[in-house]
Design a protein around this ligand. Sequence first.
Ligand code: NA7
Length: 561
Amino acid sequence: MTAGSTAPNGQPAKARDAGTLDAVIIGAGFSGMYQLHLLRDRLGLKARVIERGDGVGGTWYWNRYPGARCDSESHSYSYYFSDELLKEWEWSERYPQQPEIVRYLNFVADKLDLKRDIQFETTVTAARYDEAANLWRVETDAGETVSAKYLITAVGCLSSANVPDIPGRDTFKGDWYHTGQWPHEGVDFTGKRVGQIGTGSTGIQAVPVIAETAEHLMVFQRTANYSIPANNHPLSAEFKKWARENIDEIRRTMHSSTNGHPFLIEDRKVFDVSAEERRKIYEKAWEIGGLRFRAVFQDILFDKAANDTAADFLKSKIGEIVKDPQKARDLAAIDHPFATKRPPIDTGYFEAFNRDNVSLVNLRETPIVEITETGIRTTERDYELDIIVFATGFDAMTGSLLKLGIVGRDGVSLNKAWEAGPRTYLGIQTAGFPNMFTITGPGSPSVLCNMPVAIEQHVEWVTDCIDRMEKQGIDRIEPTEEAVAGWVDHVNEVANATLLPQAGHSWYLGANVPGKPRVFMPYAGGMNRFREICDDVAAKGYEGFVLTRDRADSRADAVSA
Ligand code: NA7
């Protein structure tokens, strides 16, 4: 029976009561797995993960597109809560590929025996707060309702695919795919004319790989993008040994850095050094490759003139690599400061445009008009295609949460509460949704951070909070409206102190999804600072939250934690 089915009497079929647990966790990626481990194995609570896919992995389960690879360095893209796990697992490359990450997460899930409490191939269709019982009633497409005191969303920030509603999309007679919903069996591009829409981090990873087998790849670029070579390579035995022997130091660095990476941002400013010295610094960072480039000066994201020096350097590199002058011009026509959109890193992206079978369509000059039965029509001409790849990103940070059908106190839906943009306290809770925790939710550093670091911090904070509630017999926690308003202001304030909001078309702002409120969603104040704020809030008895205990006469009463 599926939710929404009807009984023989024509009434909606009643969902099967699947019992009551302490916690329901939605999603079996990095965060849901760790949350299950801590609640079940540390606190001894009854917890279950509900997961749509048939395996663990979250975003890495779905993003199987050609070239899918993590932009964090592998030795930092791991759980750091367990030295044992760190010592038993060995990454093979500087940047892990999607299949290796899924293997890693399976290794962790098996090692911690998590799968027995993960309900796979099940989609949450609604989650309603039942105030009288102080329980979340979580409905699934398996026709069940499972109840729990705590609802923890671990749905990831980049899981809701954004397939643009281009006129005629459904008339296309060839095949089309979104990179975030890639077929498990892969796609054979051999001898095919492929059109790829999108040149964000995903598109930039996919182009060189698709180009290897496609007869022709037509790249449809709306916004030109910076990209830094990844300089990916197999890890040496020496490096692996160093990583195994320096776990504490690596963890310390990640925890004290702004972005949770295993390197710190340099103290110097761009104009502290001569133009010649600067050039050398950028050259060296380009050679080293990856997101370390952004960390060579501390003011790149704060001072436009400083940023221009990095932007000019990166644009000049495009001119050096790409031989065709028109392609080089179009690829370097970047309209936003460096790193104000997530900076992609690549393996042979710009070089791919030197291949005879790769073309570029500048959509700023000739926008897409429609998709036809045979391909893509721009204002200039028709492109005949066999396959269209949508590397068009995600309804990021809020999309997956708003699809869950969450309804809080007094029947107010999360969609209503966040109508004008997400409103959280610390990214973790929303007023009116008691005992609901949003791991790496909007208003937390999340996507501006190496994700596992952000995830571990949120999951551990939530676990400590729940532990305290259970020990003190507290029934519910939720933030005050004032705390939420103050946090939303703070998130805006720290974002506005940077150049980040200057990329008006960024998904950080929700600008990539038509109709989505334009609000800068991640916390840009730094992961290290965020951790201190969260610790301080907890140390002060969960300042900004109201914790209540139900009395025998069922009146709620505020208690100090
Ligand atoms: P992104 O970064 O959102 O990139 C999506 C790309 O698709 C970007 O170039 C968009 O152009 C383009 N796009 C989106 N819609 C359209 C339409 N309708 N027409 C033409 N082009 C379009 O998603 P990614 O998957 O690359 O990366 C997401 C994150 O995953 C990444 O930042 C990492 O954190 C990992 P636009 O820039 O909007 O003009």
